[in-house]
Ligand binder design. Sequence first.
Ligand SMILES: NC(=O)c1ccc[n+]([C@@H]2O[C@H](COP(=O)([O-])OP(=O)(O)OC[C@H]3O[C@@H](n4cnc5c(N)ncnc54)[C@H](OP(=O)(O)O)[C@@H]3O)[C@@H](O)[C@H]2O)c1
Length: 327
Amino acid sequence: MQYVNLGRAGVKVSRLCLGMMSYGASAWRPWVLDEGESRPFIRRALELGINFFDTADMYSAGASEEVLGRAIRDLASSRDEVVIATKVFYPIAGHPNAGGLSRKHIMAAIDDSLRRLGMDHVDLYQIHRLDPDTPFEETLEALHDIVKAGKARYIGASSMFAWQFARLLHTQERRGWTRFVTMQNHYNLIYREEEREMLPLCQAEGIGVIPWSPLARGFLAGNRKRGQRDATLREQNDRYGHDMYYSDADYDVAERVSQVASGKGVKPIQVALAWVLRQPAITVPIVGVTRLEQFDDLVSALDLELSDEECKRLEEPYRPHAVLGHE
Ligand SMILES: NC(=O)c1ccc[n+]([C@@H]2O[C@H](COP(=O)([O-])OP(=O)(O)OC[C@H]3O[C@@H](n4cnc5c(N)ncnc54)[C@H](OP(=O)(O)O)[C@@H]3O)[C@@H](O)[C@H]2O)c1
């Protein structure tokens, strides 16, 4: 396994992070694995040297954190061996203060996450989205206080517009509050909007970029067929995936990935991941794994080289509109 720094922070993380959205409770989403089925994945990840795990309070309505916490206690040699990331924003309960990024909710949510994880701190505490109803300052000071209280080692942010993230970073600097070390955003061969603003901002600011759904939720695996949605249990049931991908242009990208892969004698998923890993702004992709054998493809993609010509072919079907002032 390769290890890198999380942005400018000193902590070292494996070049792949295991996404925990796939593990917790199948009652939450039908493609999610229950605890008994999930544990072998966490065990395998640890065996492969993956030390970085990303969950969220809302995944399986809290069960993902519980499953991860128990597995780390039973399977890892120590708490210190792993880097645990979780998130706050989306409500799990139904009352008016159950979600968002108010000081009240953040303070309650970190304690709830720590209780479910059975840990006294998380390594990376992330805001899952921005809360339009809470002033930036209130959120940022609460996050700073959580770090100072020893409940989180670092803080990170997730999908938002680059101007918003720039404003948050500026406010943290101006007020002397703990700075975000990571941006967890959507990025893969199909969704490349982040290349305009967010990735250059993160590079300029030394922010670690840890993209979610780097394999487009399996859409780039080479098994998704036009007009069908039944290749895997996840494809059948992944409503968010259905909303995000599945345009004709997206199939064009997926087919190009398969062509390049067959030219190299490797699997499409390896090419899709190798392309993300090759982007200079990218620190660690957060991958989802639903069958144990999928790990081998993903780990071998770490050493898969793509030529400039192959990258050009992969990128060709994606056609962003030109922006004035950019050549
Ligand atoms: N911050 C956010 O807003 C946000 C949003 C989404 C996700 N996330 C995080 O990102 C993590 C990853 O998200 P994701 O699961 O959508 O990511 P992904 O890595 O893009 O997709 C995972 C899917 O790819 C397929 N796959 C993986 N390895 C494969 C292989 N070797 N061969 C064939 N197919 C393979 C599997 O699909 P099948 O199951 O169909 O086989 C798997 O479910 C989540 O667990 C979560 O931690 C964060």
